[in-house]
Design a binder for this molecule. Structure first.
Ligand SMILES: [Ca+2]
Length: 493
């Protein structure tokens, strides 16, 4: 290992090693009053974008990301933020519901393109909360939370229930990941162009992958990201100021297929993946420019984050001098840190000090309670049950950890629970894509994994047998969280 890589590795490890509410900040703010006019809110959710991709998180990234870096310089980034799951569908469920997805009918894996509506009828969602508070709510991008009811989605019928039944005034996008058929756009409850064509799919080169299936005749993989971005930019440009707006913008990149437009080819040092990340960052730049051009541009909360870790395999790391998940162990889908530790950047001028970094341990399930806290909205007891208000971290007014614990979940449904520096994994192996995926316990050997992330952020020393009391305590806490149906204490009591 070269000297510079050693330094890089140390920087990654140091950034992740500290736990709790220690703040590394350029200045300390104080609690600010609730704004007179409610701010616009833009939530950009990237797909499989890793914590080592953006240069603001990883100065050694082989991919230029000037727009995400600019946003972070104007706001705050979190170093210890986690998706609640290491894969798409459950992570998205938890963002829009403030609730762990393993409490829903989906106990592991993801929905495919025929998956039906996952969000329970009547459940208050993040857009539903904002809709009730007088917001105009729009979703533009990858849905991946199921459409319709019954055994499988019937794309020939109205796509109900769907996003417009869960708090969105309007929705335009694609049903699931860009590698799951059918390949089409839908708007609100109907298909824009029927998937009357067929694609044989693609398996190579590495990352240019999509499955065989139905496709709308005018649907082009490489046009999806710019098409969605143009829609989002138009939305921001024309949104009237009589009401604040909430825009949920889940881009399907840089998830497979890695299909950058020709003008982005060769713009990174990380192949098609890196070039697609450059394009993704440029699209965020277009959206930021549209926001900043509005008279109320400063009166806007902008969040950029990712639904899980990067799909960056050992062979990718061998081919390119790039670490999409920094030096965290594993990759997307895993119970190990690279599966779910993700970038999280938030800008809110006048309320969040620019250029700040938080080491607060947070979860994407917290967006809902944090937004409610920022807007002084109350949440009913039967909503956002796993969501904590991170506003004290954003405003740098808190000192104690906000969350008592976080729970993460791998592709295969392997649970982890984290409390401070301790992380318990209920099983052996990654539980996801990395080898070994699953390991049967040896006679007399550990049944799970226990790591001290402060001392061992790479998760290399399993302390399961050395600290049975910690294993027992964290196991009991997880069981309590599972059985009680909530992490957040009952509100108003
Ligand atoms: Ca994803």
């Amino acid at each position: 290992m070269s000297g510079s890589r050693k330094l890089a590795r140390r920087a990654f490890l140091l950034e992740g090693a500290a736990t709790g509410a220690l703040l590394v900040a350029t200045s300390r703010g104080s609690a600010l009053p609730v704004p007179r006019r409610r701010p616009n809110i833009v939530l950009v959710l990237l797909d499989d974008f890793g914590i080592g991709d953006a240069q603001i998180y990883n100065p050694w990234s082989a991919i230029p990301t000037p727009n995400i870096d600019r946003l972070a310089a104007q706001g705050m980034r979190f170093a210890d933020m986690h998706a609640s799951s290491a894969v798409c569908t459950p992570s998205r469920y938890s963002i829009l519901n403030g609730r762990y997805c393993w409490r829903s009918r989906l106990k592991s894996g993801v929905l495919d393109g025929s998956g039906t509506d996952l969000i329970e009828e009547g459940r208050l969602t993040l857009p539903g909360l904002l809709q009730k508070a007088g917001y105009r709510t729009a979703g533009i991008g990858k849905w991946h939370l199921g459409l319709g009811s019954g055994e499988a989605t019937d794309y020939g019928k109205p796509l109900r229930p769907g996003p417009i039944d869960h708090g969105f005034d309007s929705y335009f996008g694609i049903p699931s990941s860009l590698d799951f058929p059918p390949y089409l756009y839908f708007e609100n409850d109907h298909v824009v162009e029927a998937p009357s064509g067929h694609t044989e799919g693609s398996k190579e080169p590495r990352g240019v992958f999509w499955r065989a299936g139905g496709i709308a005749p005018h649907f082009r993989m490489e046009e999806v990201v710019p098409t969605l971005t143009a829609r989002a930019v138009d939305y921001v440009k024309v949104a009237k100021r009589d009401k604040p707006f909430f825009l949920y913008f889940p881009l399907p990149s840089p998830h497979t297929p890695w299909v950058p437009l020709p003008e982005y080819k060769g713009t990174s040092n990380a192949g098609d993946y890196g070039d697609y990340v450059v394009e993704t960052d440029a699209m965020i730049g277009r959206l930021l420019d549209a926001i900043d051009a509005r008279p109320d541009g400063d009166d806007t909360i902008v969040i950029v984050t990712s639904d899980n870790g990067a799909d960056w395999k050992p062979e990718d790391a061998a081919r390119f001098a790039h670490r999409a998940n920094a030096d965290w162990r594993g990759e997307k889908a895993d119970a190990w840190e690279a599966g779910h530790r993700i970038p999280f950047v938030i800008r809110w001028p006048g309320h969040i000090a620019p250029g700040t970094v938080s080491r607060e341990t947070g979860s994407l399930t917290d967006i809902m309670a944090t937004v409610a806290g920022a807007l002084d909205l109350s949440l009913p007891d039967d909503a956002a049950e796993d969501s904590f208000n991170l506003l004290p971290a954003l405003q740098q007014t808190g000192h104690a950890p906000i969350r008592p614990n976080i729970v993460d979940h791998s592709l295969e449904g392997m649970f982890t629970i984290r409390e401070g520096n301790w992380k318990l994994v209920l099983g052996l192996g990654s539980g996801g894509f990395s080898a070994p995926k699953s390991v049967a316990p040896a006679a007399g050997g550990p049944k799970g994994q226990l790591y001290d992330l402060d001392a061992d952020p790479r998760e290399e020393r399993n302390l399961y047998d050395a600290h049975p009391e910690i294993v027992a305590r964290l196991s009991a806490t997880l069981t309590e969280l599972q059985q009680s149906g909530r992490s957040h204490p009952r509100r108003g009591i």
